[in-house]
Design a protein around this ligand. Structure first.
Ligand code: BGC
Length: 516
């Protein structure tokens, strides 16, 4: 029944029957809302930490330093404070640890329980933060939010990759990233208005409103069915087949069902997915789930996302204007993601990875030159002409667009789709953990790095962007349109990776690893 077709020299690959159904689209939008809570959080902290009443209440020494500095002197260093950055970054440490636990739940009990739990804990974190009276409450709230994000990011991208038919998997998975960008934009907007509240409690509104995306995600997850792959993996064959029929909108799902069943048989033999992931035959997947999130974070994108208001303030915008500029970059981030959603299943993953890297590289160099020329190493720009700041904002927006249609969504799509079922949950946890650890490092170190490296910071990130483009060019095979349980085949024809997954090689090794 399956219509066979050849893709990219990887041998015969299947195209299962099925159509794009409304049920599928709505389900994917709901699961994508996992990205909403992540995005809200990314977007909210930068704005809150640039609000004077927030600084006065929780970080008075930073506030005093900022006041002292407002007349000039070293703009690069005025926000550099370890406690303030810990507020932003504590969440990512919590998310990192949580995603490791989530792996177990996602594998044993399904993708849905992890998503529901993630939504619930995030909701609790929003409440603690909204009512915070001291720094401890702030940090505890951030940790709860982090646990929620760890669970959501571990399960939602996998959920999307599993329910989507191969030829639409790219765009459906990217709904997760789209929701991240909607979350960031919503947070920027809320910050913009709450910063104007005259009672000085605007920061509470900003932090407390995280409850809204949490509720949306929680209710959405409660309404979702689990994925056919997870149901089948857990031995619920009739339910798995029924869900597959509903998702595909056709009765004949025999071929796809059988392939998932075979993959799940293989998965059942794997008792220790973590150590299994270290086996030689999974080396390509392991390399991707470590290096893609690493490079995604070293694009430097989160410097803009977390600290856009602070950054714009640093380059001479007033408080309101900096939040407005952050709003502009947030809007660009959201719209540019749509470009990728519409084209990724046609143009492929490699095309966007490479295009995005070139675009980001050029913009980073422009920003470094603009800031370097005006601020020099002393960090004192004097009077910054409006047109000059305008060029910087424009270059930052083009950079953001480059990320938003490449490394942003692909950083969640590609690791999620290349993992075979037997190591999918563990591999996705590695992906989330690596993403979170480097998000943490960037969040924690950016203000210090800006203070030390000055405009050179942008050159530093551009170096990583250059290397990551080479990495994709040489090491990532194209995965568009290939059914998820067949993707393992692509490594067998790849000039570098084939030696790792060579079947004979593997058979020889199997006996050595048979205790694992
Ligand atoms: C990244 C985040 C980033 C966001 C920006 C996501 O894919 O994982 O770290 O802040 O994109 O849109």
């Amino acid at each position: 029944m399956a219509a066979g077709f050849i893709t990219g020299g990887g041998g015969e690959r299947k195209d299962y029957p099925g159509k794009m159904t409304w049920r599928m689209v709505i389900t994917c939008i709901m699961a994508g809302c996992g990205g909403l809570i992540f995005g809200y959080d990314i977007g909210i902290s930068g704005g809150v930490t640039s609000m004077a009443p927030f600084l006065q209440k929780f970080f008075p020494h930073v506030y005093r330093r900022e006041e002292l500095n407002s007349g000039g002197t070293n703009q690069y260093c005025k926000f550099d404070d370890a406690m303030l950055t810990l507020f932003t970054s504590s969440l990512y440490l919590a998310a990192l640890v949580a995603s490791l636990f989530a792996s177990f739940i996602t594998r044993k009990f399904g993708r849905k329980p992890s998503m529901v739990f993630g939504g619930l804990v995030f909701l609790a974190g929003a409440a603690v933060n909204g009512f915070a009276h001291n720094v401890a409450m702030l940090i505890i709230g951030r940790i709860l939010l982090g646990v929620g994000i760890g669970f959501a990011n571990q399960s939602a991208p996998v959920y999307l990759c599993e329910v989507a038919p191969a030829k639409h998997r790219g765009k459906l998975n990217m709904l997760f990233q789209l929701m991240i960008t909607v979350g960031i934009l919503a947070a920027n907007l809320i910050n913009f208005f709450s910063a104007k509240m005259s009672n000085g409690e605007g920061w509470r509104v900003s932090l407390g409103c995280a409850g809204i995306p949490a509720l949306i995600f929680l209710i959405g997850s409660l309404c979702l069915p689990d994925t056919p792959n997870s149901l089948i993996e857990r031995g619920k064959l009739p339910e798995g087949k029924e869900q597959l029929r509903k998702f595909r909108g056709v009765d004949d799902v025999e071929d796809e069902f059988n392939d998932i069943r075979l993959a799940s048989e293989a998965a059942k033999n794997v008792q220790k997915p973590w150590s299994n992931l270290l086996r030689r035959k999974y080396r390509p997947q392991l390399a991707m789930v470590v290096l893609i999130p690493f490079f995604q974070q070293f694009t430097g994108m989160n410097v803009i996302m977390f600290y856009a208001p602070v950054l714009f303030k640093t380059i001479g915008f007033g408080s309101n204007a900096s939040l407005a500029s952050a709003l502009i970059s947030g809007g660009v981030n959201c719209v540019a993601t749509l470009v990728s959603i519409c084209t990724v299943d046609r143009l492929g993953r490699r095309f966007w990875f490479l295009e995005g890297a070139i675009q980001m590289f050029i913009c980073q160099i422009i920003v470094a030159i603009c800031i370097g020329v005006k601020f020099g190493v002393s960090g004192n720009p004097g009077e910054l002409p409006v047109w000059y700041a305008g060029i910087v904002v424009f270059a930052i927006c083009v950079y953001v667009a480059g990320f938003a249609w490449s490394w942003g969504p692909l950083g969640w799509l590609v690791p999620g789709e290349i993992l075979p079922l037997e190591v999918r949950s563990a591999g996705q946890s590695v992906n989330v953990s690596v993403n979170m650890i480097f998000t943490f490092i960037i969040a924690q170190c950016f203000l210090r790095m800006l203070c030390v490296m000055k405009f050179g910071l942008f050159i530093f990130f551009s170096g990583f962007v250059f290397v990551m483009a080479l990495f994709i060019y040489y090491f990532l095979p194209e995965t568009k349109g290939i059914p998820i349980e067949d993707i393992a085949e692509v490594w067998k024809t790849h000039p570098y990776w084939k030696r790792f997954v060579d079947e004979d090689d593997d058979a020889a090794r199997k006996s050595r690893f048979s205790g694992v």
